[in-house]
Every structure is written in structure tokens, then in C-alpha cells.
Design a protein around this ligand. Structure first.
Ligand code: MG
Ligand code: MG
Ligand code: MG
Length: 305
């Protein structure tokens, strides 16, 4: 029976590379029918990584048959997963997010408070004595770089730093040079429509009863991206209607300076103002030092909801 390995919808580099690395892990353990999949289009940052390694994108899946066997990486939230997840048989989860999953059966579940899923996968490879070749090492580096914004995000741990250095030896690349190039590709927004940008890294999330979508656009020039503010706002209003959400947060993050300009819309915008102790002007506020949704947005918004 085919085992589908995939990360979250609106895939990022950690999700895509983790699906590939996890399916390789399963094959090394003896599985013959495990395939790496994705739930959406890859972004430019991820494309750079796959092109660099000359490897194919994971297979796009939109729906799979009820009863399918699946392995989740880089997520466990059913809202960010395949639609019929509750009718699938989840064999394993490897992740670094808070736990949102509830199953009626036992499963292999590995989550750690680390900067990326790839850091967790590195540890699994070591524990199971599976060889990490150059390609796998480079994929792991890519996931760590992407999620920690080259070790700048407050989600970065000592283990991430130690492991990315070890991986650089194996991959024989300078992770800083490779990482900067990779992140730079991700800041290229050319050719993307407003709607694509508004879903580029979007995550559906509930802050208690407040239904929200948070999205993050990486840039080195906040001002330039903010020229699209009016278009973003129009697009966000449509999304709020369509998705029936109370709040949409768009973080436009300067990955070099480590700050975010946030566009906030929805009937619960007050929750953002309360959480960050700011007054929105024209639906936006600049937040010094804001890089991580997981660590700097979700906990405080949930607490205040
Ligand atoms: Mg991710
Ligand atoms: Mg991740
Ligand atoms: Mg991210």
C-alpha cells in the first residue's frame, strides 16, 4: 500500500524538503512504496533548493482515497492538511509545532521544540543509524535556514546551530552563503499575483474562538512591498468573506533587519492591538523584532483572545 508523506498546505521549504527527507528515511527502513508529496505549489525559495540539487518536486496531491496511509511532516493541524485527514490512517508525525491532532489509534509521534522539522529529522537519522548523504544534508540545511531565517528567528535553538554546522561539513557547502542566496530567491515577488501573495505562506489558525489566517512575506525592502498595500487590503477583504474568518494578519518581514510591518484586517483587529499594545493606523503597524509567528504571534494572541 502506498504511503503518502507530506507537509502542510501552502508549502514552505521546510515542509517540502522534510517530505523528501522523511520518505527517504522510510525507504532506508525498508519501505518500498513511500512517496514524497506536496499539497500546493512550491515557492521560489524552495525551487532554488530543488534546482540546486537537481531533484524533482514532490508529487502534487489534491485528494487521496479514504483509508490511505499517510505520514505528516512539519504540521499536525488537520486544518493545514489534506482535506480527508480524519479518514486517513496516520502512521507517523514528525514535527515542531504545537499539537493539534487527536486520533483514535496509536501512532509514531515525534515533535520537538526545534527550529525546523529538518532538525528533528537529522536526529532521527542519527538515532536509526541512517546515512546522511550530501543531498539529504543540503535538504536539511535548507529547511533549517528557511524556518529560522538563517538562525535569526527566536525559534532557533543551540541544537539547530550545532546541527547545521555538522550538515555543512557533510554537504560541503557554506550554509551562510547558500542560505542567503536561498532566502534572497524567496524575496523575489515578481510574477506573483496579489492573491498568490496573500496565500504564499498562509496558515489557518484559531486564537481560541477567533478564526484567523496569518501570512508572511519575506523581503529586504518593506517599503517596496507596502506599495501594494491597497491591493493587499482589497484582496484580504475578499479572503475574509470567502473563508469566514475574523482576522487576517499579513506580516511583511524584513529578513535582514528582523522587523515586520503588519497589515491587519477583520472584525477582531482589536485582538492584534491588544496583544502588541499598538494602535493600528490605516490597518497597519510596524513591530520591531517580529520574525516568528509561532513564537511571537500565536502564543500572545491566544493568551489575549
Ligand atoms: Mg512549515
Ligand atoms: Mg517547519
Ligand atoms: Mg516559515
Amino acid at each position: 500500500m502506498t504511503v503518502y508523506v507530506f507537509g502542510h498546505a501552502n508549502p514552505d521549504t521546510d515542509t517540502i524538503t522534510s517530505a523528501i527527507v522523511m520518505s527517504n528515511f522510510e525507504r532506508e527502513l525498508g519501505s518500498t512504496d513511500t512517496i514524497a508529496c506536496r499539497l500546493g505549489n512550491i515557492n521560489k525559495e524552495t525551487k532554488y533548493v530543488l534546482d540546486y540539487l537537481k531533484i524533482d518536486e514532490p508529487i502534487l496531491i489534491e485528494d487521496i482515497a479514504d483509508g490511505s496511509e499517510v505520514i505528516l511532516v512539519d504540521h499536525n493541524n488537520p486544518a493545514e492538511s489534506i482535506k480527508n485527514l480524519n479518514k486517513c490512517n496516520i502512521l507517523k508525525v514528525v514535527d515542531h509545532h504545537r499539537v493539534m491532532l487527536n486520533t483514535s489509534y496509536p501512532l509514531f509521534y515525534r515533535a520537538e521544540i526545534l527550529g525546523s522539522t529538518q532538525t528533528v529529522l537529522y536526529k532521527l537519522y542519527k538515532e536509526y543509524g541512517i546515512k546522511i548523504n550530501k543531498t539529504i544534508a543540503t535538504l536539511m540545511i535548507a529547511g533549517i535556514v528557511s524556518d529560522t531565517l538563517l538562525l535569526k528567528s527566536p525559534t532557533t535553538t543551540e541544537e539547530d546551530i550545532k546541527i547545521i554546522e555538522e550538515l555543512s561539513e557533510i554537504a560541503q557547502i557554506d550554509y551562510r552563503e547558500f542560505g542567503l542566496e536561498m532566502l534572497n530567491k524567496g524575496t523575489d515577488l515578481s510574477g506573483l499575483s496579489v492573491e498568490e501573495l496573500l496565500y504564499v505562506d498562509a496558515k489557518k489558525i484559531n486564537f481560541r474562538d477567533v478564526k484567523a489566517i496569518t501570512n508572511q512575506i519575506n523581503t529586504t525592502q518593506i517599503n517596496k512591498v507596502m506599495k501594494m498595500k491597497n491591493d493587499f487590503e482589497e484582496g484580504i477583504d475578499i479572503i475574509i468573506e470567502d473563508e469566514k474568518i475574523d482576522l487576517y494578519l499579513l506580516l511583511i518581514t524584513d529578513i535582514i533587519k528582523g522587523n515586520s510591518q503588519v497589515i491587519v484586517k477583520g472584525k477582531r483587529s482589536d485582538l492584534f492591538e491588544k496583544s502588541f499594545n499598538v494602535k493600528l493606523k490605516d490597518n497597519t503597524a510596524f513591530i520591531e523584532g517580529l520574525l516568528s509567528r509561532k513564537k511571537q504571534v500565536t502564543p500572545i494572541m491566544t493568551q489575549n483572545a
